[in-house]
Design a protein around this ligand. Structure first.
Ligand SMILES: [Cu+2]
Length: 212
């Protein structure tokens, strides 16, 4: 009788293990790794027909949109090709659970990325939504170093509302004076103000969301 009990107990354990494996395999496959290689550099651009020095990611400002699904791992290999400036990117709204060193708050969670250096950011996007990333060094945001992160629900899940399309818009003040002139002016005594932005809403539309 005791032996029978042991056999039944072992069989139940094996069954439980199989059930756990069957459940966990699809969960593990559901999240993906989204790998990006970015190069940050200065380039002359004229988004409003006025040529000026802009900070780009892979030739673009705003930078590329990160498209992912909930629980995906995002890896960004960031090369700093600015000639004389450090850089760090903060992923605004991403909780960085278990990855505080990828938060991008230069001087707090990481050393700045020096010119010529590459740093690898790796984090999980654990909540769906639209987020922003931006530089966390000096006044580089005014120079155009930012972009969007869009995290969709996992496959098979849908939002509790309906809509016809989904687009993101980034608005930013756009100054014709350089970030260096602004920074030097703001820290001067008396203060030197470069004036109001030449374009109040620097607008970028992204296409209909398709993370796959
Ligand atoms: Cu922020």
């Amino acid at each position: 009788m005791v032996e029978l009990c042991q056999i039944v107990t072992r069989l139940l354990s094996v069954c439980l293990l199989v059930v756990c494996l069957v459940i966990s395999v699809p969960l593990a496959e559901a999240s993906r790794v989204r790998h990006f290689q970015w190069e940050v550099k200065h380039e002359f651009k004229s988004p409003d027909c006025h040529n000026k020095l802009v900070i780009t990611i892979n030739g673009k400002s705003p930078g590329p949109t990160i498209l992912a699904q909930q629980n995906d791992t995002v890896i960004v290999e960031l090369k700093n090709s600015l000639e004389t400036e450090n850089v760090a990117i903060h992923w605004h709204g991403i909780r960085q659970i278990g990855s505080p060193w990828s938060d991008g708050t230069e001087g707090i969670t990481q050393c700045p990325i020096l010119p010529g250096d590459t740093f690898v950011y790796k984090f999980v996007v654990d909540r769906p939504g639209t987020y922003m990333y931006h530089t966390h060094y000096g006044m580089q945001r005014t120079g155009g170093l930012y972009g969007s992160i869009r995290v969709a629900l996992p496959d098979g899940e849908s939002e509790p509302f309906s809509y016809d399309y989904d687009r993101s818009i980034i608005l930013n003040d756009w100054y014709h004076k350089s970030t260096f002139e602004q920074a030097a002016g703001l820290s001067s005594i008396p203060i030197v103000w470069v004036g109001e932005p030449q374009v109040y809403t620097y607008l970028t539309l992204f296409s209909i969301y398709n993370p796959n």
